[in-house]
Design a protein around this ligand. Structure first.
Ligand SMILES: *Cc1c(COP(=O)(O)O)cnc(C)c1O
Length: 389
């Protein structure tokens, strides 16, 4: 008897689709708006290379991301270096690498950066990250306007702008005030930030952040980039000569990624069905991190290599879990098997393809927990290929 082992779990990145969708986003933004990619969403080198022709640069948020970017693009410095808690060594590495804009998160960080720049005989180009109050009633997951470790209070930003520091040139304002923002909410946040930055600091540049909405319950929904671009165009018309910048992560890359895992087992427990895949949240942490059910499709497989009955889901709730010894290893829940994607049932040996796995997925996963082999990485869209047995 030959032992039968499931396919290795795999990530699939549709780079051609990513190039097309990013080009469309770029085209929806007016020419005075720069598009950066927040690479913490997914720093995969193939993804960065695919994005490069369609974006104005990359936002890094650590010394490690700075080094990674320099390995992928030795000639291109980071467009922006953000993130709370930058060490002196990271700031110095940013200066040495020619980072175009430092997003400074506190008055103390500004003074530290000034000393380091002055010691090098250079000037750091800075945007002050401001935590602004937003108009109440925004139906968004708001990070700004309440006590926060990110950015500085408006009064601290005004005080910073008045300092005369030889190592610092303040170019304007940065804000990243929410995530999960649909276009009307994102446009309203952008208006608030730009109005404040121009009125208070006469900012020449305003980076209004990322956080554009991704709807995990509807994989076909997209952020309304044309409406958002039109709103930014109105701001540019009101404040001519200024540069606006956006730095999305998730909304650029999430759609290009898929995580594929083979079904090892299907079993019933207390009237519910559990589908166990070879894989799990140690490789694809997104559903556990966000507390949602990940959308998926099923690729049925004809062959079943064993001389006994193949288990398959029946009526009732279905929970798709991974290989970890923890009840938190849940990838998807379907309240009733009638709601399963085609063919409406899942059998052992089938393959499940989780959608929307191109951002905050592999790179946020606790990959060493239980020490399973890592997934494979492929380019393209997974299709059903019968396994050679
Ligand atoms: C994480 C982050 C982003 C990107 O956020 P998305 O929700 O992925 O678009 C942009 N700017 C800053 C400062 C961030 O921390």
């Amino acid at each position: 008897m030959n032992p039968s082992s499931p396919d290795r779990p795999s990530y699939w990145y549709d780079l051609a689709g990513l190039a097309d969708s990013t080009e469309a986003i770029r085209a929806a933004l007016p020419s005075g708006v720069e598009l950066l990619y927040a690479m913490k969403a997914n720093p995969d080198p193939g993804i960065l290379r695919t994005l490069a022709p369609h974006v104005d640069g990359f936002e890094v948020a650590s010394g490690g991301e700075l080094r990674h970017l320099a390995e992928v693009f030795p000639e291109t410095p980071a467009a922006a270096f953000g993130g709370p808690g930058k060490t002196d060594a990271e700031l110095a590495a940013g200066l040495a690498a020619g980072v175009r804009r430092f997003h400074v998160e506190s008055p103390t960080e500004l003074l530290r950066l000034d000393r380091l720049a002055a010691a090098r005989g250079t000037v750091a180009e800075v945007l002050l990250r401001v935590n602004l109050p937003l108009p109440v009633g925004e139906a968004v997951l708001v990070m700004g306007g309440r006590p926060s470790p990110f950015g500085m209070d408006p009064q601290d930003a005004r005080d910073c702008a008045r300092l005369d520091l030889p190592g610092i040139r303040i170019r304007g304002v940065h804000a990243h005030l929410g995530s999960g923002l649909a276009a009307p909410g994102a446009a309203s946040v952008a208006r608030t930030v730009v109005e404040w930055a121009v009125a208070e600091l006469d900012a020449g540049e305003v980076n209004v952040g990322g956080g554009m909405a991704v709807d995990y319950a509807d994989p076909t929904a997209r952020f309304d980039w044309p409406a958002y671009g039109a709103a930014l165009g109105e701001l540019l018309a009101r404040y001519p000569g200024r540069t606006l910048r956006v730095e999305p992560g998730r909304a650029l890359t999430v759609y290009c990624g898929r995580y594929r895992a083979e079904v090892l087992d299907v079993k019933r427990s207390g009237g519910e069905w559990f589908v166990v895949v070879a894989g799990g949240t140690h490789q694809f942490r997104t559903p556990a991190a966000k507390g949602h059910s990940q959308p998926f499709t099923v690729l049925p497989r004809e062959r079943w290599p064993y001389p006994f009955a193949r288990p398959v889901t029946g009526a009732g709730p279905v929970t798709v879990v991974g290989q970890l010894c923890t009840p938190k290893d849940v990838l998807a829940r379907v309240p009733d098997a009638a709601g399963l994607p085609p063919p409406g049932r899942i059998a052992a040996g089938d393959t499940i393809v989780f959608e929307l796995a191109g951002a905050y997925a592999w790179n946020i996963s606790h990959r060493d927990f239980l020490m399973h082999d890592p997934p494979e990485f492929r380019t393209g869209v997974p299709e059903h290929r019968p396994r050679n047995l």
